[in-house]
Each structure stands twice: as structure tokens, then as C-alpha cells.
Design a protein around this ligand. Structure first.
Ligand code: MRU
Length: 334
């Protein structure tokens, strides 16, 4: 695989997904031939990251449209139920259902899913251009989880900003939080950046404060799974702690996300459903138990960062600043 990283391949009759659970050790592609197989791949995190699961879900519906008899609504309900927090999944499914309601059959739905994927990559590149202007020459950027090409239609959101800065000849350096419990930062962000030749150092999640206090972080850029109408941001668990630390140390905290991640129907973060996953993801590492038997663990996949901690939201339409309630709405109406 070249530096041109994409988490999926559409092969006309099947969706192939790069199994992100096995990175960085192995690059294995999993074929999905039905909406049920796509749903399972989203649920078990073969594919993950808000825009990428939206794209996978869209192709899941395309696969449903291929078979007879077709019940698109039922397939959409199944796909929608896989992961509740990322709004991009529902957004992409609704876009395909709408196309079907306007008389679209299999070819039209396939074209729409391909368009969603292509648009996402284009939006990421535009977002990168807007965002890179916020990255000083020689900056150290801290990021959390993986908001790179692997999580999108290509290029990446938070990592797209970093990539764009690098492409503008800025000598950036990245601190990647390892991102417990599933280690998206250590496994995926480090893998992507190493491929791109961008200097990256993986740090334990608990080390972010130490680096900030030592003056070794210039800005934070993270992705998002859902941005409420008031600018509250749901993202990978641990993002909120990073935002609080950034505020304490006077470090700008940016969120990079396409407008498909903004959910004006959700008034604030309190209304965002946060996925709870199997506690086993917390109580073991690579199949080895790390806690005593019978001790419970909590496994919230996401947390919500209140809007007052967010310096700016980088989108394909530009950088949105507070007051978010007003400025997010304006972005959709102008
Ligand atoms: O549980 P994951 O790995 O799907 O969580 C992913 C994140 O939290 C990302 O930061 C977010 O989806 C944005 S990806 C461009």
C-alpha cells in the first residue's frame, strides 16, 4: 500500500475493508458481500472512524439494493444500530434512502455511495488547506485517537490538517496519544504518519499533561464523531481530558470535521448517545487479562467536550469560531 491510504475498496459486487483491528501487524482485507456482513464489520471495528463508517454503511445499503427481494429500510435500520454516536453513519444512510425514494435503484445507489466517498476525501483536502494555516512552522501537534485516512474516504480530518501543513513544507512533529483501550493512536495514527514520513512520537494518554506543562505542545487537533448545534463535540474517550489540559496550559484546541459530522438536530452534547462497548476491551490487552477476574470495567467509547473548550472547528467550509450556536447555523445557511 502506498501513502495513498484508504480503508475500503469497492469492487462492484463486494466491499473490501482493511481490517483495522490487525494493524499495524498485518494488512488484511475483509470482503463484505451483504449488509449484514458490513454491519458486523462496523460493529466489530474492522472499519472505524466516523466518516469511514458512514461510507461503509452506504455501501452496505448498495449491497442490500443488489439482492431480491430488497428491503432497504430494514437494512438501514440494521446498519444504523451498529454504532450510535457517529452521526455520519445515519447521515450517509439517509442520503441513500432519499436517493432510493426519488426512484433510485441499484446503479443510482452505487453512484451515490461512490460520490459520498469521493466527496469526503475532497472535503478533507479542503479542510486540510484551511486548517494548515493554523499550524505554525516547526509546531508540535498533539492528537488523540485516529482521525486520518483510515477513518475517512481518504486523506483524513485531524491528520489531514497535519498532512497539509507538512505538504506546505512545515516541519511539524506529532505527539500521538496511544488512545486506550483500543490503541487507535499507537496502532493507526502512528502507522499512517510513519508511512507519510511525518515525525511521530507515541505517548501514553496519561503523559499529555506532562508534555503540555513542559511547553512541548503548540496545538491540539482532534476529529469528531458528532458536533451538536451548540458546538459540543463527541469524540474518542479521553478527548475531553486533553481539552481541559489544553485550556489549563493556554494551548489552542481545534476540532477538524466535515459538515456531515455536524448535527444541528442535536441541541447540545447532553443529547448525544455515547456508545458503551464490551468491558473486555478494557480488562485485557491483546487477549491477556490485565485486571483481576470479576472486577468490573467501564468502557464508554466517547466523551463530550463542551464547546467553551474548543478554540475552533475546522471544516471544508473554513474555520468556524465561537459563538458556535450562531456560526454553525450560518455555515449551513450561507
Ligand atoms: O471508536 P472509533 O475508532 O471509531 O473512534 C474514532 C474517533 O473518535 C475519531 O476521532 C472520529 O471518528 C473522527 S474520524 C475522522
Amino acid at each position: 500500500m502506498s501513502a495513498d491510504i484508504r480503508p475500503f475498496r469497492w469492487e462492484g459486487t463486494q466491499l473490501e475493508l482493511l481490517d483495522q483491528r490487525r494493524l499495524p501487524s498485518e494488512e488484511v482485507w475483509i470482503p463484505c458481500r451483504s449488509p449484514e456482513e458490513v454491519a458486523e464489520a462496523i460493529r466489530n471495528m474492522t472499519v472505524r472512524g466516523a466518516p469511514a463508517i458512514g461510507i461503509a454503511g452506504a455501501f452496505g445499503l448498495v449491497l442490500a439494493a443488489r439482492r431480491q427481494p430488497t428491503d432497504l429500510e430494514e437494512a438501514a435500520t440494521l446498519l444504523r444500530s451498529t454504532r450510535p454516536t457517529a452521526v455520519n453513519l445515519s447521515w450517509a444512510l439517509d442520503r441513500l434512502l432519499e436517493r432510493a425514494r426519488r426512484g433510485g435503484g441499484y446503479p443510482e445507489l452505487e453512484a451515490e455511495a461512490v460520490r459520498i466517498a469521493r466527496e469526503d476525501e475532497e472535503q478533507n483536502r479542503r479542510m486540510g488547506e484551511h486548517g494548515q494555516s493554523l499550524v505554525p512552522q516547526g509546531a508540535t501537534v498533539l492528537t488523540h485517537c485516529n482521525a486520518g485516512a483510515l477513518a475517512t474516504g481518504g486523506y483524513g480530518t485531524a491528520l489531514g490538517v497535519i498532512r497539509a501543513a507538512w505538504e506546505h513544507a512545515k516541519q511539524v512533529r506529532v505527539l500521538a496519544d496511544e488512545t486506550r483501550p483500543l490503541l487507535q493512536g499507537a496502532r493507526l495514527t502512528a502507522w499512517e504518519l510513519a508511512r507519510l514520513g511525518i515525525p511521530v512520537t507515541v505517548i501514553p494518554d496519561s503523559a499529555a499533561g506532562r508534555f503540555m506543562r513542559a511547553g512541548q505542545v503548540d496545538l491540539v487537533v482532534v476529529g469528531a464523531d458528532r458536533i451538536a448545534a451548540n458546538g459540543d463535540v463527541a469524540n474518542k474517550i479521553g478527548t475531553y481530558s486533553v481539552a481541559v489540559l489544553a485550556r489549563e496550559h493556554g494551548i489552542p484546541f481545534y476540532v477538524a470535521a466535515p459538515l456531515s459530522t455536524v448535527d444541528l438536530a442535536t441541541p447540545s452534547g447532553e443529547a448525544i448517545v455515547v456508545e458503551e462497548r464490551d468491558p473486555g476491551e478494557v480488562t485485557s490487552v491483546a487477549g491477556t487479562a490485565t485486571t483481576p477476574p470479576g472486577v468490573p470495567a467501564a468502557n464508554f467509547a466517547f466523551d463530550v467536550t463542551p464547546h467553551h473548550l474548543v478554540t475552533g472547528i475546522i471544516t471544508e467550509a473554513g474555520v468556524i469560531r465561537p459563538p458556535y450556536e450562531r456560526n454553525l447555523r450560518l455555515t449551513f445557511t450561507t
